[in-house]
Ligand binder design. Structure first.
Ligand SMILES: Cc1cc2nc3c(=O)[nH]c(=O)nc-3n(C[C@H](O)[C@H](O)[C@H](O)COP(=O)(O)OP(=O)(O)OC[C@H]3O[C@@H](n4cnc5c(N)ncnc54)[C@H](O)[C@@H]3O)c2cc1C
Length: 372
């Protein structure tokens, strides 16, 4: 087992997690990325660790296990640099009953969640301007990750277990040849032979392995989201991750706030002209000023449209690719929540030869193109 050669394609949060676990399990790992590790989707993610509104139940449980996996890894991997188990405060619109129903469902499922009143919300987050009578809830088990320092540590962990890391043009994979000894071709003309290739190429996965993702480059695609980072934030600033009916926010390094909003995400795509993006950034800044004290001097510091890897049925795609021997694929939305746990399950699958029961619903064979 220890002499098996494994090529992991992609050093985002998923590929870096997988490479670190496989190398730790004794496989001879080569980790390839066409860029520097962690510079793609994982870098711009809201990075909210949660299973707040995810179904069906097995997918909820998978995400909840994902949250626990980071908590377990943190003490062993310098978690102070990247793990932020801050909790989450949500303010909702009165009268819909949606928040109350969700909190009940989550507590019935053993997930930490409770309704709070405006006074408690204000005590938890003094920096927030809380509308009187707004329904509120607290999710103390949630938080966020700082993906850049985390991915740097995962890659270093993989290297400490003997993994070879190849980045930039020499790390760009141009083709996968399935087989008993699958081959990986790179942009500089090299061919790597392996025993197993694990494709963690995020939204670029369909270029290398046949899995159905929502097309992310087309106009009107649902995959891209708008990320706006603002600052400075006068102290104290919010500590937790916060959702209001029209804004999502969390602290970001450098004294910034990371902002997103569902309507902004729906309105933009990778073709939206710069003035349109700037208008949305200004709108999110205005919403943030209405929501958070201490933003009088805040300006937009970073603005990015970033596309998610979005499987067509919304659920992770993880497993050996039918019809492509030696090729294993792992692509998912909520990859920040899921990466540490999926990496453990993938390592168990590859070292025992049997997919853990938790992975079975996510096998690529569920798609018609892969049925015999
Ligand atoms: C705006 C936004 C908000 C989000 N919010 C959340 C959230 O709150 N919580 C959550 O859990 N998830 C969230 N997500 C989703 C999450 O960020 C992604 O699921 C996760 O980052 C995917 O990680 P990855 O490693 O699969 O992909 P990536 O980070 O994109 O990494 C893929 C890597 O593969 C490399 N690569 C691609 N093709 C090749 C090739 N041919 N050769 C070599 N290398 C290649 C790329 O360079 C890249 O480094 C969000 C995503 C977005 C865009």
């Amino acid at each position: 087992m220890s002499s098996r050669r494994c090529v992991v394609v992609g050093a985002g949060i998923l590929g870096a997690s997988v490479a670190a676990r496989l190398a730790g399990a004794g496989l001879r790992v080569t980790l390839l990325d066409q860029d520097q590790p962690g510079r793609a989707t994982s870098r711009w993610s809201f990075a909210w660790l949660n299973s707040n509104d995810k179904g069906p139940r097995p997918y909820h449980d998978l995400n909840h296990a994902g949250m626990r996996a980071w908590a377990e890894l943190a003490p062993d991997l310098d978690g102070g640099a990247w793990y932020r188990p801050s909790g989450h405060v949500e303010l909702a619109t009165a009268g819909t009953g949606e928040l109350e129903a969700r909190v009940k469902r989550l507590t019935d499922w053993g997930y930490p969640a409770r309704l709070i009143d405006a006074a408690e919300a204000a005590a938890l987050e003094p920096a927030l301007r809380i509308p009187p009578g707004a329904p509120a809830a607290c999710f103390p088990g949630e938080g966020y990750l700082l993906t850049e320092p985390l991915i740097a540590r995962l890659v270093a962990r993989a290297e400490s277990h003997g993994a070879r890391v190849v980045t930039g043009e020499p790390g760009r994979v141009t083709g996968l040849e399935p087989g008993a000894a699958p081959r990986v071709r790179t942009a500089v003309g090299a061919t790597l032979e392996a025993d197993i290739v694990v494709c963690c190429a995020g939204r670029w996965t369909p270029a290398l392995a046949q899995v159905p993702l929502v097309p992310w480059e087309t106009e009107g695609s649902a995959a891209p989201g708008l990320v706006v980072r603002i600052g400075p934030v006068a102290p104290p600033g919010p500590v937790r991750l916060v959702h209001t009916p029209d804004l999502s926010l969390r602290p970001h390094p450098g004294g910034l706030l990371h902002l997103e909003a569902e309507d902004a995400a729906a309105a933009v795509d990778l073709h939206t002209p710069e003035p349109g993006l700037r208008r949305w950034a200004g709108e999110l800044l205005r919403r943030a000023r209405r929501t958070v004290r201490g933003l009088d001097n805040a300006q937009v510091v970073e603005l990015k449209v970033c596309a998610r890897p979005l499987p067509v049925d919304g659920q992770s795609i993880v497993g050996r690719l039918p019809g492509a021997p030696g090729t294993y694929v792992a692509v998912t939305h909520s990859g920040v929540t899921l990466a540490a746990h999926l990496a453990g399950l993938i390592t168990a699958d590859l070292t025992t030869g049997t997919p853990p029961a938790e992975l079975v619903p996510y096998h690529p064979a569920r798609f018609p193109a892969h049925r015999p």
